[in-house]
Design a protein around this ligand. Sequence first.
Ligand code: C2O
Length: 550
Amino acid sequence: AITRHYKFEIKMQNFTRLCQTKSIVTVNGQLPGPRIIAREGDRLEIKVVNRVKYNITVHWHGVRQLRSGWADGPAYITQCPIQTGNSYVYNFTIIGQRGTLFWHAHISWLRVTVYGPIIILPKRGVSYPFPQPAKEVPIILGEWWKGDTETIINQAMQTGLAPNLSDAFTINGLPGPLYNCSAKDTFKLNVELGKTYLLRLINAALNDELFFSIANHTLTVVEVDAVYIKPFKTDTILITPGQTTNVLLTAKNHHPNATFLMAARPYATGPATFDNSTTAGILEYHHPPSSKTKKKNSKLPVIRPTLPPFNDTSFATNFTKKVRSLANPNFPANVPKKVDRHFFFTVGLGLASCSQNQNCQGPNNTKLVAAINNVSFVQPSTALLQAHFSGQSNGVFTTDFPANPPFKFNYTGNPPSNIFVSSGTKVVALSYNTSVELVMQDTSIIGAESHPLHLHGFNFYVVGQGFGNFDQNQDPAKFNLVDPPERNTISVPSGGWVAIRFLADNPGVWFMHCHLEVHTSWGLKMAWIVMDGKGKKQKLPPPPSDLPRC
Ligand code: C2O
């Protein structure tokens, strides 16, 4: 294992998309940002230098950060932001993980353009549990707004209304040929007939779960969230914001007289309006220079993939069910068999009355909020981890986050009229090595909508999932404790529930939130504090000396 050094300079850069030029926040002037490549066991030292007017932090999404919680990155959770002109070195070791993850800004909506892949190769000499691909290609799905996203979210928070939708989805930063004025901004994947490629798909979009497919080609899914799974074949994958999915693609359907598109567009179930446009890229077969079949691509008929309809929940459910751990001796599924603490969280949207300095435009002078167990999380003004470590939680957070909702109701019917949403900076404190079972139920208040919940600092096992109300008496008997998928982000299905288990073996403060950025902004977030254990390797070390101050 070695130490790898990266420098991330946060700077403004002009980019033109959809025929409009705007200045965006980037890392090193790139969109998507630079690739981080490491091997399992390596240490990373990434120096982030802030040269923009915004405060910034960077999160290494899905990296477990075992005893390195100071490097996790969510603003005001594990660190104060890096202010203009300042820098911070994120220093962590990749322990027990290999696969695809990604990094992104973790403050306000800056992750819209501040993101890039993390590729963790197996240790030297260790091969994949599937055939070695000819080439590996990161494919990051994102979103593009013509307007300034910081202005858009700030206005939305001020008015209590939903923010504007994005103007395009993107593949590796490029919207592609199906948007006006965008044909030249198209991602091309060059392949050779007969070869197999590993596509490292990442959903870095802010607010949309996405379907992805390649015309006339079958994909074999081999890994999710940097954990190998039992391979399965599919024409389309579903990927929620915060998830990563590795697929094998064999280039075997060459047709000299056609161009194949890859495409992504939303899976959406809520009543909310959403952008149903499609981003596309081109799968291009490489021809030897002498080949007679070489033709100008623009003249060839373009074959589009058939993506499921936007609201195809049965496709989504079946796809999710196919994802199973390898659960073999090399890659065992270490599902906690006994549970120390049970939690039941409702997740969903709600309405709240307005504060005095707001001019809310929601129904009856209300604003849109989102909550877990009816608590809408209030971002503190200093970092929770710093307050926790120095024993100064007073006035920063309280440890009374409810283990159960304040009242239960039929989540599939009409919600009661008196739903209140409280607010606060509340956390759950867990002693070291507690095994946790958490059931998350979509409330369907203001419409059923799926919520991709992401937990920092852990992988969890998805032991159960269903529709309707979770049934305490019936459902646990059906939990999969044999080969449940191990991941860091899972959608709580629209009008349903999901059950996860994890072992609290990582001391620190760990954020959990909906990875739909608009829901995070509205408060669908909370944090877990895992206390130090007794052993030396069970304690969080002190903070690095350059940790930013608020
Ligand atoms: Cu990728 Cu807290 O997020």
